[in-house]
Design a protein around this ligand. Sequence first.
Ligand SMILES: *[C@@H]1O[C@H](CO)[C@@H](O)[C@H](O)[C@H]1NC(C)=O
Ligand SMILES: *[C@@H]1O[C@H](CO)[C@@H](O)[C@H](O)[C@H]1NC(C)=O
Ligand SMILES: *[C@@H]1O[C@H](CO)[C@@H](O)[C@H](O)[C@H]1NC(C)=O
Ligand SMILES: *[C@@H]1O[C@H](CO)[C@@H](O)[C@H](O)[C@H]1NC(C)=O
Length: 359
Amino acid sequence: MSKTVPFTLLLLLFSIIKFHLIKCGTIINKSSDIFSAPAINDEPIIGVLSQEMTSYLRSKYADQYHSYIAASYVKFIEGGGARVVPVWIGKDRKYYEDIMSKLNGILFPGGAVSFTNRNGYAQAGNHIYKIATKMNNNGDYFPLWGTCLGFELITYLSANRTEIRTDCSSHSQALPLEFKSSFKKSRMFKDAPDRVIKVLKDEAVTSNFHTFCLTEKNMTDYHLDSIWRVLSVNNDWNGLTFVSTIEHRQYPFYAVQFHPEKNIYEWVRNKNISHTSNAIIASQYFAEFFVNEARKSHHHFIDSKDEDQYMIYNYQAEFSGAKGAGFEQTYLFPEEVNYMIRRKNFKGQTKKVDNIVVF
Ligand SMILES: *[C@@H]1O[C@H](CO)[C@@H](O)[C@H](O)[C@H]1NC(C)=O
Ligand SMILES: *[C@@H]1O[C@H](CO)[C@@H](O)[C@H](O)[C@H]1NC(C)=O
Ligand SMILES: *[C@@H]1O[C@H](CO)[C@@H](O)[C@H](O)[C@H]1NC(C)=O
Ligand SMILES: *[C@@H]1O[C@H](CO)[C@@H](O)[C@H](O)[C@H]1NC(C)=O
């Protein structure tokens, strides 16, 4: 037998294995393939970004806190089937890189802060947006969701931090969505049950609370229409047509100008927040959609003990609704907030250490 036969066989075997690896590999490289990522992480953990205190919360809580997260966003994610880790403002890029390497997505909540505040929500959002973009470019699926101010933030960041918002009058406004023809083929709605679409289209179920918005003209003027797909629009109290739902064309980034979490979790009266059975079904759809996106990310903490140290469960929400706030429950954080990292001391016992720098 010639000596070259085993070599040829080996070469053949190698190319078969190589072909097989490429074909079956779960590493997704090309951004055009990114959305075919399989949803196999059934224990997703999503970060919710905190933000600067409102003057109202500050007045009710004696100025002892520095940032907050409205609990409705936490419950929204939990109701969709994921767990939540708070993501702090005012940290350096290394912190966001580290925490995002463990999380499966991030939600930018609504609120009211200036994008030019130093060390605030928008600065943190800028780090997160850039890191998420890089991850997705590397085939590492990482979804983002923006609600209301989060919608405005995500578009501001994708316009390279250009202020492109316009004044809008849409406070306490319940609206059905006016779908654009693109919605049917969109990732966000293509698999939505007919009932969800019918409710969103026919009933005033979306809760609007915004004083700024983007018009389609604002999006085209700043070339955001080539980056984002507009899925729905609405008219504010003065008849100005604003963009209400968008999805990124290239990355798993999504944003809504309305508040799906309010229908299920906020009960402030006389604000046109619909609590009908159909409104809940429609809102729940968005939570499950985003959590399903997060299932396609495979980042994880070391183990469940490690997870525990970061979870929102380490913090207690205040009943802020009883003090007249727009949020029934709010997580309030001091300036030096950190995760509940337990470190082994020199005797080998674990000891809780708050507020240590671990990044
Ligand atoms: C996938 O990414 C790796 C590393 O980033 C690179 O070496 C490889 O060529 C890429 N493959 C494709 C098909 O783009
Ligand atoms: C933002 O900046 C990047 C790189 O500098 C550029 O490619 C992109 O077109 C800009 N986007 C917008 C909307 O201006
Ligand atoms: C956004 O568009 C509206 C009209 O559609 C316009 O009045 C407003 O000036 C635009 N804003 C910016 C920042 O271009
Ligand atoms: C709620 O919406 C109705 C129209 O559907 C409007 O007339 C009313 O003023 C709104 N309520 C508040 C508190 O804004």
